[in-house]
Design a protein around this ligand. Structure first.
Ligand code: ATP
Ligand code: MG
Ligand code: MG
Length: 543
């Protein structure tokens, strides 16, 4: 792990470049509106945005890639398309990604259809009714289809039949006539058009035939003016086919740049699987803080600049690695630490009351309230109120380690000597502490957080910690992910927080001192319910 972290730091440059950029740079991000964006998609989106808008003075296109899926179950829910489409636009905006133009692949169905006709007429494609199994077998063995040498007229007639969606038409498909035995199997006459009766989410029942990804992608990239198409590395075998399509159509070539798919340990990055977890109620929704979606990780406390930095650092790597969340969250910590106000929360369970004596301790009826900096090293964050009085609360975890007459430090107040410890069984119930403000805070080993019971309202808060949804680091092809769902992934603790916490808004990131960083998920509104704070991983633990 340490080695991997060091390696990633060493490679921490954004010095990733494209070739042949003299004629300008146009990139595109092509999400399929079948779910919310996850961190893998964001890698693709950010790289495209980086090249178009940061590295070169270029253009970024956003194209909703929405070809009809055949044989892919469960099919993306069409009624949710609008929701997914707007969520993708919103999430891009949240990430600071501003496409210069947005389109839908379905905008081009007529054009793609016309190209298919052109293909058939020029002898680059033929109609085939070979059944699926036979076709797969022939493709594997390099055997030509019995329809490969059909005449142009015959294939055109079949295509017309397909367009009616008739029972006969549904038996046929159109295949590019590239090669039946090329050593690259993606070149073995790929299917370019299929018959499909399910209404399309945008074009309804206008069409009964639809272009495949292999046909659509190169054509749209070329005609939309894309100069550099970034694709994840598993498409590499298809590059040859992509080039072939453009050559055959006499369209401008597009430069392909491969990048590695991003995977994380104990994390699902597949919309299909994430959809299943949403539908089954395993999580609260697409923005669940345990989800690797843009919304999920933001809700968990990830900040946009940290996410950008993390992803651009991964940029040049073409090795598919299973990333550890540790580096991701420690990058985030670097951003939030200097700007997160410090507050105090004392766990409710086993809370201990302490009576303070000595010196000039403000009485419980006349507490002292002072302004203190929200962050010792960042005065720009302003001040907060801190109350002092003879009656304070402490955490059980701290109090139970106190020894008779030991000198301890009450953080941001000063030292005190433990004069009396009252217990009920193993639990400390009450303490008497004698202030010793002359004592050296550097010499004590116990520095504890505390809150005055008087002077400022104690704000009820719920602190929520999360764990990964999966129990296995790296799922294998044959694993059913549902067998590896973590049975317990959330922890809830009630606590009392300092009065300033009443002003914290949803989305604010703070630190509860001697605990960790938290993001406010539900502010305090005084309706009797606690404010809710989600623990932000800091990269020190593995989650
Ligand atoms: P999923 O399996 O999650 O649905 P997908 O590739 O089918 O992923 P698309 O909406 O088609 O989802 O993807 C949009 C873009 O995001 C594509 O360019 C795709 O290559 C890229 N992408 C998807 N997942 C990852 C990932 N884990 N790492 C890097 N890029 C990814
Ligand atoms: Mg896809
Ligand atoms: Mg997919």
């Amino acid at each position: 792990k340490a080695k991997r972290a060091a390696a990633s730091k060493a490679g921490a440059s954004y010095d990733i470049a494209l070739k042949n950029t003299e004629q300008g740079v146009v990139t595109r991000f092509p999400p399929e509106p079948s779910g919310y964006l996850h961190i893998g998609h964001i890698k693709a989106a950010l790289l495209n945005d980086y090249f178009a808008h940061e590295k070169y003075n270029g253009t970024l296109l956003l194209r909703f890639d929405e070809y009809v899926r055949i044989n892919s179950l469960p099919s993306p829910n069409p009624s949710l398309r609008e929701e997914f489409t707007s969520a993708i636009l919103e999430d891009c905006a949240l990430m600071g990604i501003k496409p210069d133009k947005t389109s839908f692949s379905s905008d081009y169905f007529q054009l793609l259809h016309d190209y298919c006709i052109q293909f058939i007429k020029e002898g680059y494609a033929y109609a085939d009714d070979t059944d699926k199994e036979t076709m797969a077998h022939e493709r594997m063995e390099g055997i030509p289809s019995k329809r490969r040498d059909s005449s142009v007229e015959e294939s055109l007639a079949r295509f017309e039949e397909m367009k009616t969606g008739s029972e006969e038409g549904q038996k046929w498909c159109i295949r590019a006539k590239i090669s039946f035995d090329h050593k690259n199997k993606t070149m073995r006459d790929p299917v370019i058009y299929r018959c499909q009766l399910t209404p399309h989410p945008r074009t309804g029942t206008t069409w009964k035939v639809y272009p495949t990804y292999d046909f659509t992608c190169p054509i749209l990239d070329s005609i939309e003016g894309v100069t550099h198409a970034l694709r994840t590395i598993e498409y590499r075998d298809r590059n040859l086919q992509y080039e072939w399509m453009l050559n055959a159509l006499k369209l401008r070539q597009v430069q392909i740049w491969d990048f590695a798919r991003m995977n994380f340990v104990r994390t699902l990055l597949s919309k299909r699987k994430l959809t299943k977890l949403v539908d089954k109620g395993v999580v609260w929704g697409w923005d669940d803080p345990r989800f690797p979606t843009v919304r999920g990780i933001r809700r968990r406390g990830m900040t946009v600049p940290a996410l950008r930095e993390f992803i651009l650092k991964q940029g040049p790597s073409r090795n598919i690695v299973n990333l550890d969340w540790t580096i991701f969250w420690s990058t985030n910590r670097k951003y939030i630490d200097p700007i997160s106000p410090r507050h105090t929360a004392i766990l409710k369970e086993g809370v201990v009351t302490a009576h303070i004596t000595g010196g000039s301790v403000p009485s419980a009826s006349a507490p002292l309230v002072q302004d203190k900096p929200k962050h010792d090293k960042n005065p720009e964050l302003g001040t907060k109120k801190v109350a002092f009085s003879e009656s304070i609360i402490l955490e059980q975890e701290d109090a139970k380690l106190f020894k008779q007459d030991e000198e301890i430090t009450l953080m941001k107040w000063g030292n005190a000597i433990v004069r009396k410890i009252e217990k009920s069984g193993d639990l400390v119930t009450n303490l008497e502490l004698e202030l010793h403000l002359e004592g050296d805070v550097k010499k004590t080993d116990k520095k504890v957080t505390w809150l005055s019971s008087e002077g400022l309202q104690l704000i009820p808060v719920e602190l929520v910690g999360f764990d990964h949804l999966l129990t296995k680091d790296s799922l294998q092809e044959e694993d059913n992910f549902e067998d590896f769902l973590n049975p317990k992934t959330e922890w809830h603790d009630l606590a009392f927080a300092d009065g300033n916490v009443a002003d914290i808004k949803e989305g604010d990131i703070i630190q509860f001192e001697r605990k960790t960083f938290y993001r406010c998920d539900r502010p305090f509104v005084g309706d009797g319910k606690p404010a809710v704070f989600f623990e932000i991983p800091t990269g020190k633990t593995s989650n």
